[in-house]
Design a protein around this ligand. Structure first.
Ligand SMILES: *Cc1c(COP(=O)(O)O)cnc(C)c1O
Ligand code: SF4
Length: 406
């Protein structure tokens, strides 16, 4: 028999080599009694989300800031944490980077003068309720107001989770008709809330209607489900999604601890379904505001075949001052990555223009001097390099070429 037997050839692709220790499983963690089949069932995860103070107090000690925050979060942005994500919390660390993202704090009730309820000016850019059309060629389609868990800094907390006064009232038929009769839209981004929280059938209805519009070339889904609820990324979901290529997914991971073995396997399933993935992370104080943490995060993402896409300066959403960093911090982080690691691993740092300017790139300054003679640059090590301006030589060259062509 050949060394490479047929059965060996049929074995599924193996994940990239990496010490398994860097993608540990934290399950079942705080739920030691739970049957493993329940644990892997996303419906069980959803049903057993942590939403109340008494539930959380049985599992971990809370600070007084957190207790007050949970009691007051009820009419702003609900608290909800999947057991999977809750297991990443270090019960003995009040500064745990995971708890800061999902456990409300009293500081959320303080509003800074510069803060807004709709910091990206989305409501004023909706030609149809639920459809944000800011850039000429692409739209943001809000398809649900629910997520598997809620991020305390959510830029859309005015409608997300369904507990505030404002409701998301997507007008489905009007939105589809608008897209059908607007040929400049070539790219549709499904978000919310979290589109992957919809059932396979419901999501497929949306995707197939969009896919049938000839001028729509490209569909994307923005989702934190692969991180909050990796169990939802079933083989059936992946098969369904693969019918709507080219389909991209932007995930949302902020801290390397979020990339567990379950998450890695879910991302493998999506990648194997041919879905290119990017990551959008939000720069958060005490969560991921160091070069070291960001580097570990982006390296783990690449191992999972996810390309870091954007690093967002935290929007001026009401009650987020305690999580925001300075802009200098973001620039320092990019400087600490550029040249020091794989180019693919480096996200674009952006500020979403307050009030509705769209995403604006912020970069470290590598141009030391620029004048008629040329440009002086510095590299990642601080060494200087000169590059000449396009001058006399270039004009002479261009003249020669055009004379020849005549
Ligand atoms: C982020 C966003 C997009 C997509 O922007 P890209 O830079 O193409 O990823 C589109 N529309 C709105 C309203 C957005 O906020
Ligand atoms: S997953 Fe996205 S939409 Fe949902 S709460 Fe977090 S940031 Fe907001």
């Amino acid at each position: 028999m050949s060394e490479y037997s047929e059965t060996e050839n049929l074995s599924p692709p193996q994940p990239a080599a990496c010490p398994t220790a860097c993608f540990p499983s934290h399950d079942p963690g705080y739920w030691p009694e739970e049957a493993m089949e329940n644990w892997h069932d996303y419906k069980w995860q959803l049903k057993n989300r942590i939403t109340r103070l008494d539930q959380i107090e049985k599992l971990i000690p809370l600070t007084s800031e957190e207790k007050a925050g949970i009691q007051l979060s009820g009419n702003k942005l609900a608290m909800s944490i999947t057991p999977h994500f809750f297991n990443l919390i270090d019960r003995d660390d009040p500064d745990c980077p995971i708890r800061k993202q999902v456990i409300p704090r009293i500081e959320e009730t303080f509003t800074d003068r510069s803060e807004m309820s709709d910091p990206c000016g989305e409501d004023s850019h909706m030609p149809v309720p639920g459809l944000v059309h800011r850039y000429p060629d692409r739209v943001l389609f809000l398809v649900t107001d629910r997520c598997a868990a809620y991020c305390r800094y959510c830029t859309r907390s005015r409608v997300v989770s369904g507990v505030s006064d404002q409701r998301l009232e997507t007008q489905w038929e009007a939105a589809f008709q608008y897209l059908e009769k607007t040929p400049q839209v070539r790219d549709v981004l499904l978000s919310g809330g979290d589109a992957l929280l919809l059932s396979d059938a419901r999501l497929e209805k949306i995707l197939s209607r969009l896919h049938a519009i000839p001028h729509i070339q490209f569909i994307r889904i923005g989702s934190r489900i692969p991180i909050f609820l990796p169990q939802r990324i079933t083989p059936e979901l992946c098969t369904m999604l693969s019918r709507y290529h080219p389909l991209f997914i932007s995930i949302h991971a902020n801290h390397p601890r979020e990339l567990t073995s379950e998450v890695r396997e879910a991302l493998e399933r999506l990648a194997n379904a041919g879905i290119p993935m990017g990551n959008q992370s939000v720069l958060l104080k005490g969560v991921n505001d160091s070069v070291e943490t960001q580097k570990e995060l982006v390296h783990k993402l690449l191992i999972c075949r996810v390309r870091p896409y954007y690093l967002y300066q935290c929007d001026l959403i009401e009650g987020s001052a305690h999580l925001r960093t300075s802009i200098d911090k973001g620039i320092q982080i990019i400087e600490g990555l550029r040249g020091h690691t794989t180019g693919y691993a480096i996200p674009q740092y952006v500020i979403d223009g307050p009030g509705g300017g769209g995403k604006i790139p912020i970069n470290p300054e590598y141009v030391v001097k620029q004048d008629d003679g040329g440009i002086t640059l510095r590299n990642y090590e601080g060494k200087r390099f000169e590059y000449p301006a396009s001058t006399e030589d270039e004009r002479v060259q261009n003249d020669k070429v055009s004379r020849k062509l005549r």
